[in-house]
Design a protein around this ligand. Structure first.
Ligand SMILES: *[C@@H]1O[C@H](CO)[C@@H](O)[C@H](O)[C@H]1NC(C)=O
Ligand SMILES: *[C@@H]1O[C@H](CO)[C@@H](O)[C@H](O)[C@H]1NC(C)=O
Ligand SMILES: *[C@@H]1O[C@H](CO)[C@@H](O)[C@H](O)[C@H]1NC(C)=O
Ligand SMILES: *[C@@H]1O[C@H](CO)[C@@H](O)[C@H](O)[C@H]1NC(C)=O
Ligand SMILES: *[C@@H]1O[C@H](CO)[C@@H](O)[C@H](O)[C@H]1NC(C)=O
Ligand SMILES: *[C@@H]1O[C@H](CO)[C@@H](O)[C@H](O)[C@H]1NC(C)=O
Ligand SMILES: *[C@@H]1O[C@H](CO)[C@@H](O)[C@H](O)[C@H]1NC(C)=O
Length: 765
C-alpha cells in the first residue's frame, strides 16, 4: 500500500460559522442574486446575452458575474446591490430575481463538529478485488452533493463496458483530482465555486472531504463490495441500488453549505452533459411557497423538461407535519424508513438488571454495573433552569456532581445530541443515557463515548432504582447488531412529513426508502479523526432522508436501463404504484411511536425494488399537466411562456385556474380538499398500458375511509395494445357535513398480474 501525503495548512472551523447565509432572507442586502430567465433556447442561451443584461444595470463593477446558466435553464448569478437586483427584475425577459439561498445536507449526522485536519491521504492501491454484478448499463446518475472519494472500492470499473456514447460531460482537473480519478464508473466530475468560498483548495475540487457525497453515490450506484463494515459493525456486502449505472459528480456543497447558485449551475451542466437521473440529498430548512425563487424547483423543472428524472430527499424536519421540502410536482420526493437492523447498546444497573438501549458507540467500560449513576436533574446548578439541567444543556449542571459518573439526560427539547455528549464529557462524566422515545430507532453515533438511548417507559424502572438507593450504579454495554428486527420498516422519526406547503392538492412526500443506519462508502479524508491511530473506516453508517434519496435514484436508474424511452413521470409512477404499505410482521407500516403511518409520512409507501420494474400501467404526467399546474398555482400565460420554451402554440391557462384544480393533474397519487357540505368533487386520471401488447382487463378496488364515499367509473379498464391510454373518474362525496381531519385511502387497478395502486388524501377546507 502506498500513501501519498499532501500537506495542507491547518485550519479548524466550526460548521456553525458556515451557516451564515449569503444575502439572507429579506433580500434588501447586497450580495449574490440569482436572475432566473426561464428556459434556455434550443442552442443554449448565450453568456453574452446575460453579460449585456448585467452591464445594463452595472455601471461600475467588473467581475460581478458568478455563474451563467445556458443549458436548459437561462439566467445567471451575480453580485448585486438590492437596487440593481430590483432594476434587473423589471426586464421582461426575467422571471425572478432573488438572493442566493443556502441549502443544507439532509443527514441527521451532526456537522457541528466537523473539523479540518492537515492531510488528504489518498490510498492509491488499485481497487481490483471487488466483484461486479453487471458489466454496466448506459444510465447516468448525476449526484449533486459534497463530491466523491474516487478510490473507494464501490467505484471500481473493473470489467465495465465503455462509457456510454451519449455522455457529453467532463472530468475536471483540480486540486487532489485529475482525469485518472474518473473511470467507466465515475464518468464525470465537476465542482462549483460557492460565491463566498475563500481560496480554499479542499473546497475547489470534486474530491469529497465530508463523506456525504461518497455515501450517497455508492448507495445509488456503488458496485458490490464484499466484506464491508463500519469498524466491524453491520458487516456484509455493500451494494448500490443500480450497480451497473454510471456516476456523474457535481460538487455543489462545501463546508459553507450548498449555494443555490451552484446548484442551478450544476443542473444546467447536467442537462448539457446528458445525465438520465439527478439525485439531490439536500434542501432548504424552510419550505418555498414561491417556486420561482427555489433553485432546486427551478433546476428540476428544466431537467424534467429535458427528460431527466429528478429525485430529492424530503428533509429531516419530522415528525412535525407540513415539513416536507423539495415538494414541487415534477420532483420525486423521498421520505426515510428504518430497516430491520438495529444497533443495541444496553444499560445494566443495580444487580445486573438490563434495559434496552440503542446507539452506536465503540466504548467498553465493562459488563458490571460498577459506575456511579446520577440523574442530570440532581446535578442542577443553583442558578440553572431545571429543564435545562434534566436535558444536560450546557452550563446547567454542577461538574462536581457529574465527574466520574454515568449521567441520565432527558431529551425532550430536541437538542443536538453531540452537544449533550460533549457537555457530559467535558464535565468529566464517564457515560450518558438519553431518555428519548422518538429518536431511538435511529442509532446515533457517539464514537468512543459510552452513550445510549432508552425509552421513557424503561426509564421509569431506572428512576425508581435511583430513588430507592443511596449509591446507584450502572454500566453501558458496547454496541452489538440486532438483525431481523421487527417491526421494520417503520417511518424514521426525522423524516419530513406532508402535507405540502406549496399546495395541499398535491400529495407529498411521494415515496419512502431506507434511510436509517445505512452502511455505504465513505471518504478516506481523516481531518475529522480525533484519534489518528484509528483506521479510517472505508464504509460508514449514516441516517437521513439523504440516504433514502439515492436508494430511489438507483431504482429509477434500473427502470431507466430497462426502458430507456420512459419519461421521468413514467419512472416515478412505476416506483409509486408498486410500493408497499406492509411491514415484516404483515401489519401496516407504522410511524416512530407506533401509530399507523399515513401517506403524509410515506407517500405511496416503501419502494419495492422487484415490482417497480414491472408496473403494468403508469400515470404519465405530461408537460401540459405541469403547465396547468403553474396556471393553477397562479402564474399567468406570459410568465409561463418565459419559464418553459416547450409551451405548445395556442396554449392558454384554463379559464378557471384555481388551486383546487391541481388535484386534477395526472399524478400517481391524489389529494382532494374543499369537501364540505356533502358536495361531491370529481377527479380524472389517465393510465397508460406499458405491459406490452395483448388484451388485458383491469378492475378497480377502492379503499375508502369512513365519512367518505368514493366512486370510480368505469370499474373496469380494458387495454388492447401497448401504449394505450384510458381514463377514469373518481367522485369523492363526504357523508358528513364537515370532514374533521384529512383522511386516507387508495385506488388500485388489478389484472391477474399487476396491482397498480394510487394513494389518496381527502379533506375539508
Ligand atoms: C467474486 O465472486 C467469485 C464467484 O462468485 C467468488 O469466488 C470470489 O470469492 C469473489 N471475490 C471476492 C473478492 O469476494
Ligand atoms: C493524477 O494524480 C495522480 C496522483 O496524484 C498521479 O499519480 C497521476 O499521474 C495523475 N494523472 C494525470 C493524468 O495527471
Ligand atoms: C455537449 O456539450 C457541448 C459543450 O461542451 C454543448 O455545446 C452541446 O450543446 C452539448 N450537446 C448536447 C446534446 O447537449
Ligand atoms: C423519584 O422521586 C421523585 C421525588 O423525589 C419523584 O418525583 C419521582 O416520581 C420518583 N420516581 C419514581 C420512578 O419513583
Ligand atoms: C403576469 O404576471 C407577472 C408577474 O406577476 C406580471 O408582472 C405581468 O404583468 C403579468 N402579465 C399579464 C399579461 O397579466
Ligand atoms: C372551495 O369550493 C368553493 C365552492 O365550490 C369555492 O368557492 C372555493 O373557492 C373553494 N376553496 C378553495 C380553497 O379553492
Ligand atoms: C379482448 O377480450 C374481451 C373479453 O375477454 C373480448 O370480448 C374481446 O373481443 C377481446 N379483444 C381482442 C382484440 O382480442
Amino acid at each position: 500500500m502506498r500513501y501519498s501525503t499532501l500537506c495542507y495548512v491547518l485550519f479548524l472551523i466550526l460548521f456553525d460559522a458556515f451557516l451564515v447565509e449569503s444575502g439572507a432572507a429579506g433580500g434588501e442586502k447586497d450580495g449574490v442574486y440569482i436572475v432566473y430567465m426561464g428556459a434556455a433556447t434550443e442552442h443554449g442561451s448565450s453568456k453574452n446575452e446575460h453579460a449585456q443584461l448585467l452591464s445594463s444595470v452595472l455601471k461600475r463593477r467588473k467581475n460581478a458575474l458568478v455563474h451563467s446558466y445556458e443549458h436548459g435553464i437561462s439566467g445567471f448569478a451575480a453580485r448585486l446591490s438590492a437596487a440593481e437586483a430590483k432594476s434587473i427584475s423589471k426586464n421582461p425577459a426575467v422571471v425572478s430575481v432573488f438572493p442566493d439561498p443556502v441549502y443544507q445536507l439532509h443527514t441527521t449526522r451532526s456537522w457541528d463538529f466537523l473539523k479540518y485536519g492537515t492531510d488528504v491521504k489518498i490510498d492509491l492501491s488499485p481497487n481490483s478485488d471487488s466483484n461486479l454484478s453487471s458489466r454496466g448499463n448506459d444510465v447516468i446518475i448525476g449526484i449533486l452533493d459534497t463530491g466523491i472519494w474516487p478510490e473507494s472500492k464501490s467505484f471500481s470499473d473493473k470489467d465495465m463496458d465503455p462509457i456510454p456514447s451519449s455522455w457529453n460531460g467532463t472530468c475536471v482537473k483540480a486540486q487532489y483530482f485529475n482525469s485518472s480519478n474518473c473511470n467507466r464508473k465515475i464518468i464525470g466530475a465537476r465542482y462549483y465555486y460557492a460565491p463566498d468560498d475563500d481560496d480554499d483548495r479542499l473546497v475547489d475540487t470534486p474530491r469529497d472531504i465530508n463523506g456525504h457525497g461518497t455515501h450517497v453515490a455508492s448507495t445509488a450506484a456503488g458496485i458490490m463490495v464484499p466484506g464491508a463494515s463500519y469498524h466491524g459493525l453491520a458487516s456484509g456486502t455493500a451494494k448500490g441500488g443500480s450497480p451497473g449505472s454510471r456516476i456523474a459528480v457535481y460538487k455543489v456543497c462545501t463546508p459553507y453549505g450548498c449555494a443555490g447558485s451552484s446548484i442551478l449551475a450544476a443542473f444546467s451542466d447536467a442537462i448539457k452533459d446528458g445525465v438520465d437521473i439527478l439525485s439531490l440529498s439536500l434542501g432548504y430548512r424552510s419550505r418555498f411557497s414561491d417556486l420561482k425563487e427555489d433553485p432546486i424547483a427551478i433546476g428540476a423543472f428544466h431537467a424534467v423538461e429535458n427528460g431527466i428524472t429528478v429525485v430529492c430527499s424530503a428533509g429531516n424536519e419530522g415528525p412535525s407535519e407540513k415539513t416536507v421540502s423539495n415538494d414541487a410536482p415534477w420532483i420525486l420526493t423521498v421520505a426515510a424508513t428504518t430497516i430491520d437492523r438495529r444497533f443495541k447498546s444496553n444499560v445494566v444497573f443495580d444487580k445486573n438488571k438490563v434495559i434496552k438501549g440503542e446507539a452506536i458507540n465503540f466504548a467498553n467500560i465493562g459488563k458490571s454495573p460498577v459506575h456511579p449513576l446520577i440523574y442530570a436533574k440532581s446535578a442542577k446548578k443553583a442558578d440553572a433552569d431545571e429543564s435545562d439541567a434534566r436535558n444536560c444543556y450546557p452550563d446547567s449542571m454542577d461538574g462536581k456532581k457529574i465527574k466520574g459518573k454515568i449521567v441520565i439526560c432527558d431529551n425532550d427539547k430536541d437538542p443536538n445530541l453531540y452537544y449533550t455528549m460533549s457537555e457530559v464529557q467535558n464535565l468529566g462524566g464517564i457515560g450518558a443515557v438519553l431518555v428519548d422515545d422518538t429518536k431511538r430507532g435511529d442509532a446515533s453515533e457517539f464514537d468512543d463515548f459510552p452513550m445510549t438511548s432508552i425509552s421513557s417507559r424503561d426509564a421509569v424502572e431506572i428512576f425508581a432504582y435511583l430513588n430507592s438507593t443511596k449509591n446507584p450504579v450502572a454500566t453501558i454495554l458496547p454496541t452489538t447488531v440486532v438483525s431481523q428486527y421487527k417491526p421494520a420498516p417503520t417511518i424514521a422519526y426525522f423524516s419530513s412529513r406532508g402535507p405540502s406547503s406549496i399546495s395541499r392538492n398535491i400529495l407529498k412526500p411521494d415515496i419512502a426508502a431506507p434511510g436509517s443506519n445505512i452502511l455505504a462508502a465513505w471518504t478516506a479524508y481523516n481531518g475529522e479523526a480525533t484519534d489518528k491511530s484509528k483506521e479510517i473506516p472505508k464504509f460508514k453508517i449514516m441516517s437521513g432522508t439523504s440516504v433514502a434519496c439515492p436508494h430511489v435514484s438507483g431504482l429509477a436508474a434500473e427502470i431507466k436501463s430497462l426502458y430507456p424511452s420512459w419519461s421521468p413521470s413514467a419512472v416515478k409512477s412505476a416506483i409509486m404504484t408498486t410500493a408497499s404499505q406492509i411491514n415484516n410482521m404483515k401489519g401496516p407500516l407504522t410511524a416512530e411511536l407506533g401509530a399507523i403511518a399515513t401517506a403524509y409520512d410515506y407517500g405511496a409507501g416503501e419502494i419495492s425494488t422487484n415490482r417497480a420494474s414491472q408496473p403494468g400501467l403508469v400515470y404519465e404526467t405530461t408537460a401540459i399537466d405541469y403547465l396547468n399546474f403553474l396556471c393553477y398555482h397562479g402564474y399567468n400565460k406570459s410568465t409561463i411562456k418565459v419559464i418553459s420554451k416547450k409551451v405548445p402554440a395556442g396554449f392558454a391557462c384554463p379559464k378557471e385556474s384555481k388551486a383546487d384544480l391541481i388535484s386534477n393533474i395526472n399524478y400517481p397519487s391524489i389529494a382532494v380538499f374543499n369537501l364540505t357540505g356533502k358536495h361531491s368533487r370529481s377527479i380524472t386520471r389517465t393510465l397508460t398500458n406499458v405491459a406490452g401488447g395483448g388484451n388485458t382487463t383491469y378492475s378497480v378496488t377502492i379503499e375508502a375511509p369512513t365519512g367518505l364515499t368514493v366512486i370510480v367509473s368505469p370499474t373496469r379498464l380494458q387495454f388492447t395494445k401497448n401504449g394505450q391510454r384510458l381514463s377514469y373518474h373518481i367522485i369523492f362525496t363526504p357523508t358528513v357535513s364537515s370532514l374533521q381531519k384529512d383522511m386516507f385511502g387508495s385506488i388500485t387497478w388489478t389484472n391477474k398480474k399487476f396491482n397498480v395502486r394510487a394513494p389518496f388524501v381527502a379533506g375539508g377546507r
